[in-house]
Structure formats: structure tokens, C-alpha cells
Design a protein around this ligand. Sequence first.
Ligand code: PMP
Length: 345
Amino acid sequence: MKELNQLIRDNVRKMKPYSSARDEFHGEASVYLDANENPFNSPYNRYPDPLQWKVKEKIAKLKGVRKESILLGNGSDEPIDLLIRAFCEPGKDAITSITPSYGMYEVSAEVNNVEFRKVPLTADFELNASELLRTAGTDSKLIYLCSPNNPTGNNLSRREIYNVLNTFDGLVVVDEAYIDFSSEPSFLTELDKHPTLVVLQTFSKAWGAAAVRLGMAFASPEIIGVLNKIKYPYNINQLTQEYALKLFAEEAKMKEQLVCILKGRTDLERGLRELPCVKKIYPSDANFVLVRVSDANGIYNRLVDKGIIVRNRTNVTLCEGCLRITVGTEDENKQLLNELQMIEL
Ligand code: PMP
């Protein structure tokens, strides 16, 4: 395993981070004249806590991690990009991932001019660790894995993920955006044993808060320190921080919704199984199901005409003929099944 200092880009290792007014004075005062803020329009005239400690304290308790092991981002899309900017030298280093998977790993790599290598999953959407490692070679700094995977819905094999974690020289990012819907445990408990592990989670799925844009990266305090060094100083606005605290206070409601979505997934799968246009339903540990149908484009367009939007994944590697269907409310799922029932294919 390489030292973290050998993985960080030279310029990032050497640079001095921006120091904000909120960084330079900690504590309570009665008169704040240090940040060129407007003295009126309290409380939103003030810059928010750049490190969001109140929110992180709650998350740390909830997830059983140290608060220094958390980075909050504008969705988990932000840490996906920050990791590349911190660790991958444009035009030189590479990132390796799987296909099919979440599209932003590749987009962020391209934006940063970092080579993106992808290894196809097997026909049953399983990870082949040795092939992934071979493709990653010695010039990949990051490996992105997504489990449960989007758009396939399955958990990647834990044994294969451990294989990658135990062998790869760079950082291994496990994107757990859908972990709350999964029957398998999170990799968060592995953080102390694997100093190169980064786990991503989000408030956009189980917490029902995609609009407020709040994602989490969990890693060693050293890795989080590197990301803090390069993030925008006030990347999480005050309204989002307040909303997160409100969400924690209503955790029981989130858990009830989760039960409802999981039941909805089972009912949806059962309903889909009976439809002639459905050829295969892939097992899901997420809040969506990937379904192979008789005519993906035709069925997609017909559903659009009826005002029902699913995701057409027919042009995605290994997902030919497939639609990805998010679990909705009981009524929304029924509307979808009723429409599909009328298709004679
Ligand atoms: N990871 C995965 C696997 C996703 O599917 C998504 C959103 N669809 C994200 C990350 C990004 O989530 P957000 O930026 O909303 O946290």
C-alpha cells in the first residue's frame, strides 16, 4: 500500500488552503465585523460553518464514525469530483471502475482530463476483482465501485470488494447511495481496517432530500483533510445544514417511509412478474428495479404518452432491452402496472 502522501497530487500536497474569516476566529462574540457580511437580515446574513460540525456530530452518532472522518458535499456528486481533483494528475493518472454503473464517475474523470477505464460486470452483474485490478494497473489512483449498483440494483460481491481493498495500491471508493435499501451491511465498519477506503452515502435517496443536495464521504481523517483543503470554503449552505438537523429529528418518519418503499419494491416485482411484456426482473437491493422488456423503446414511449416516466437504459452496456423503474408510492406503482398490463407483447 502506498503512503497517502504518494497518492495526493503534488500541487494539492504543497498548496496552502484558503483561510476564511470563520476559520480564523472560532467561538462566540457579540460584534462580527470580520467577514464583510451585511449586518441586517439575520440569520442568513452570516456565512455558514465551513465544516458543518453540528450536522457532522449527528451523522457521526448515527453512523458510528468519528466526525473527523466525514466530508459533506453538494450531493455525493461533489466528493466524486473532489476525490479526482485531489488525487489524479490530469493527463497522467487514471481511474478504474465498472460498467454499467453510475455515469458521474466517468463524467467527472473527463471534466478533469483523467483517463477513465471501465471493466464490464459479468452477465449477472457481478464484479470480477482480478480483471478490475489488472485493468487498474499501477497508474490508477482511484477505483470507483457502486454497491448496490446503479442501474443494475444488485450488491456487488463483498468477497470481490475485499479482494480489491486488500490488493489495490490507491483509494477504493465504495458508493453506497442505495445502502439503506440493502439487505447487506455498509462498508463503514471497515474504515478503521482499510485506510484507503472511501465510502459515499447521500441524503438524496432513503432520506428523501434530493433537492437540498447533501452527500457524505467517509474516510480516514487524513483523506478527509485533503478533501477539506480543496473544497469550496462554504460548500454546504446554511439552509441545507438546518434542513439536515430537522431530518435527524424526524428519523422515525424516514424509517417508516423506508419500510413502505421496500414493501413497494416487493409488490412491484410481483406485479411485473405477471406481465407478458416483462422478460426478466433483476434482483434489487435498491429503491428501483431493472427490468428487461420485450420492446424497451416502444414501452418507454408509450409510458411517456401516459405521463409515466421510467428510465430507458436500453443503450447502456449489458442493459440492452432494459428499463429502470424507481419504486414510487403504492398508487404510482399501480398506475405503472395498469399501463404495462395493456401492452400485448
Ligand atoms: N451515486 C449513485 C450511485 C447515484 O445513483 C446517485 C444519484 N442518482 C448519486 C451517487 C448522486 O447522488 P447525489 O449527488 O444526489 O447525492
